[in-house]
Ligand binder design. Structure first.
Ligand code: GAP
Length: 444
């Protein structure tokens, strides 16, 4: 993890938030490359979950909602973690982090045994809406995006004219005042979720839960996460919310252990029923065939953007051996991102920066590719060093404009370039006119 955290900072993936003021625990900023990786992930999720399907539509709800939402959903009452204080070192701990040594509770920080009894700590951040700061103006930053979908269920159903089963998808920020943020971005206090609420008839719930588990596993493979590093955990009844009929966690084998990436949960009709009861507004579905009215059930695949970005970086990180300028083998750090996810798709390099023709041709290629993908032009330093810089940030392709491109050595090679593959480091000649098509086949 240390190497990964350091690379993320050095190359502009992820930084500590408000770093010049000493940071703020559990909060992170994404730099120029991190933001591209994150966008590629979110866009691909949206494409697979919304655009490529007839039965899902999207929405984008507000982060602040009426406090009544959080009362009805049960979050105000029960969205808490048990917290324990260590009286010796003053550490605040989640109760599940306390070490149990033969029945004696011990602080994982200082080894102290003087610990308080666990007490519930609500994870929602409070805030006030308007000029007065009292109970009547209080609400919370949303701890999940899902509730906006439930409270707008009827409106979206009406405007989209969908029939069951159908889903509403949303990507957005969520906030939790985690007791112990840790493992880099894994447990943060501000993070993003990609959630689908898939509404169905009660009798379809269990089948659709299994269907969505399979779809979501396919998704991870399509973004370059190997199946061997994913683990499906069936959440036992005692760990599930009382209303949940079944629940899977999709876990990833991070360097700090097997940890949850996504939950695929069968939430029954609990959320819609709660909101119908509390608001007094009907959230029922009218089945035109049977002429029956009922509250749909829901299956929810809920994934974390930040955790998936971290998994992508962990999965991609590799060190191998590659020849340097003098053909001596050296260690190469490379991020083997799937081309779909890579922040920059192609590096474009004129062999020499002081040759006007090479530079002009390379810039023509930049203009040619830019409408299709994010590319990076680099003319500084030896070509080998330029390749290494791109390898380290995971750019899957490199295009070099050399004298053959100008047709100086062999007229048949005019307007061809060297296309280098990041992983194999193999090079081949490709006609400039075929470049966009060749690269697009891999990155879309
Ligand atoms: N709507 C259901 C829901 O919010 P959850 O299991 O609490 O379920 C879903 O959260 C996903 O959100 C998790 O699988 C994880 O990927 C992400 N997530 C939850 N808490 C997080 C945190 N503190 N930091 C980063 N990601 C988090």
């Amino acid at each position: 993890m240390e190497k990964i955290v350091s690379l993320c900072k050095r190359r502009g993936f992820i930084f500590q938030s408000s770093e010049i003021y000493g940071g703020l625990n559990g909060l992170w900023d994404y730099g120029p490359l991190g933001v591209e990786l994150k966008r590629n992930l979110k866009n691909y999720w949206w494409r697979v979950m919304v655009h490529e399907r007839d039965d899902v539509v999207g929405m984008d709800g507000s982060i602040l909602m009426n406090r009544a939402v959080w009362k009805a959903s049960g979050h105000e009452e029960t969205f808490s973690d048990p917290m324990v204080d260590c009286r010796s070192c003053k550490a605040r701990l989640r109760a599940d982090q306390v070490i149990d040594k033969k029945g004696v509770r011990q602080c994982p920080n200082c080894g102290g045994k003087d610990l308080t009894e666990p007490r519930a700590f609500n994870l929602m951040f409070k805030t006030y809406v308007g000029a007065t700061e009292d109970e009547s103006s209080m609400t919370y930053l949303r701890p999940e995006t899902a509730q906006a979908i439930f409270v707008q269920f009827k409106t979206v159903l009406e405007v989209s004219r969908k029939k069951l089963p159908f889903g509403i998808a949303q990507v957005g920020k969520a906030f939790r005042n985690e007791i112990n943020p840790r493992n880099f971005t894994f447990r943060s206090r501000e993070f993003e979720q990609m959630e689908l609420e898939y509404f169905c008839r009660a009798e379809e719930g269990m089948r659709l839960l299994d269907y969505w588990l399979k779809e979501r596993l396919k998704f991870y493979e399509r973004i370059g996460i190997s199946r061997g590093k994913l683990h499906v955990r069936e959440v036992p009844e005692e760990e599930r919310a009382f209303y949940s009929k079944a629940n899977y966690d999709i876990e990833y084998d991070f360097p700090f252990g097997l940890q949850e990436l996504e939950g695929v949960a069968y939430r029954t009709d609990y959320d819609l029923s709660q909101h119908q009861k509390a608001s007094g507004k009907s959230l029922e579905y009218f089945d035109e065939e049977t002429k029956q009215k009922f509250i749909p059930h829901v299956v929810e695949p809920s994934a974390g953007v930040d955790r998936t970005v971290l998994a992508l970086i962990c999965e991609a990180y590799a060190e191998d051996q590659a020849p340097d300028e003098k053909r001596k083998m050296e260690t190469r750090v490379v991020l083997r991102f799937h081309p779909r996810m890579a922040p920059i798709k192609c590096g474009i390099f004129p062999l020499l920066k002081n040759n006007a023709q090479l530079v002009e041709k390379a810039k023509e290629i930049v203009d040619l590719l830019r409408p299709h993908m994010y590319v990076f032009y680099d003319e500084s330093g030896a070509i080998g060093r330029r390749y290494r810089r791109q390898d380290e940030i995971g750019t899957p392709f490199g295009v070099t404009v050399d004298f053959e491109t100008l047709g100086e050595k062999d007229a048949t090679l005019r307007n061809t370039v060297t296309l280098r593959d990041r992983d194999s480091m193999k090079q081949r000649r490709v006609a400039i006119g075929e470049l966009a098509g060749t690269l697009l086949a891999d990155i879309t």
